[in-house]
Design a protein. Structure first.
Length: 308
């Protein structure tokens, strides 16, 4: 029975279909761990190089299951007020002044009023624990390795019991646990205590056949010859010792840029002019603009000619 949008997949094959319907080509190992994560209601911890499509998995999942996507973008210095909740201090001060102006002197009543839900600003973590329509959201904790260990430790309470303690209100628990996707680019190791609460998968770069199919789906205007050359070129680039290998997103950008320029095939001048859509560091660009880049293109064309 084919997968239907909005329903949780009932098998690994349906999980593959669900992702494919969102133009995400997943290998069976990824589909398996995602299926198990949904069935076991466990967070899914995705690790891999930047640009391999980890974040996209959460986006496709939210769309396929017809659930809201709540994204916590991690960064150095992320704190509770930015990630979990904070109080609307200006509104609280205004309420205090209005109470004083009206002659209200009951401090307990004022305090109970200003520390109520009405003045609570819910940030991503607290939003993820709320499901007003009865459908828990997909909660994306993106690039967790960018935060510090203190914030990582705080997440243990959230991922263990799906609850947050607000001192003025008490403990807020999720009626239905959110579907949690955690990504990391492995710039530092995440503590084992957090990983133990998750299912794990390493997301690698796609092989040539997969990447070619991604281009076909994402850049339908790119002709077959150009698509093959773009994919073969990027696949070879990743074998070099670059500062930052191009991810799938950069492959899509490059194919899109070349299509916008009405190019039908790669040539040295076109490659040199458009490298900024593919590589993001000047040292890498300078290296590929030289003789090494021209040889790489010759090898790509020779390889494709020999193959077919």
């Amino acid at each position: 029975m084919p997968y239907r949008r909005g329903q949780t997949p009932q098998s690994i094959d349906e999980t593959v279909e669900m992702l494919a319907a969102g133009n995400y080509l997943a290998g069976r190992s990824l589909a398996t761990v995602l299926f198990l994560s949904l069935r076991m209601k466990r967070p899914l911890f995705l690790e891999g190089e930047a640009g391999v499509g980890k974040t996209e998995i959460a986006k496709v999942l939210a769309s396929a299951l017809d659930r809201p996507l709540i994204r916590l973008q991690c960064y150095e210095g992320l704190d509770i007020s930015s990630a979990v909740y904070e109080w609307n201090y200006p509104a609280q001060m205004l309420e205090i002044r209005l109470a004083e102006a009206s002659g209200t002197t009951d401090r307990g009543r004022i305090e109970a009023d200003i520390f109520s839900e009405r003045y609570l600003i819910r940030r991503p973590v607290l939003q993820a624990l709320s499901s007003p329509d009865g459908r828990a959201p997909v909660f994306l904790i993106d690039e967790l390795d960018r935060t510090d260990e203190a914030f990582e430790a705080f997440l243990l309470e959230v991922l263990s019991d799906f609850q947050v303690t607000v001192p003025e209100l008490g403990t807020i628990r999720a009626a239905e646990p959110p579907i949690v996707i955690i990504t990391t680019n492995r710039t530092r190791e995440v503590h084992d205590a957090l990983k133990r609460r998750c299912l794990y998968h390493w997301v690698d770069y796609p092989d040539a056949a997969q990447e070619l199919e991604i281009i076909r789906r994402k850049v339908p205007g790119c002709n077959a010859t150009l698509s093959q050359q773009v994919v073969a070129y990027v696949q070879r680039l990743r074998g070099l010792d670059l500062f930052k290998n191009p991810g799938v997103a950069e492959t899509i950008d490059w194919a899109t840029a070349l299509t916008e320029l009405d190019r039908m095939a790669l040539d040295p001048e076109t490659v040199s002019d458009t490298l900024g859509t593919l590589l993001k560091y000047q040292d890498d660009i300078a290296r590929i603009e030289g003789a090494e880049g021209r040889k790489l293109l010759d090898d790509v064309k020779a390889g494709l000619a020999a193959a077919g």
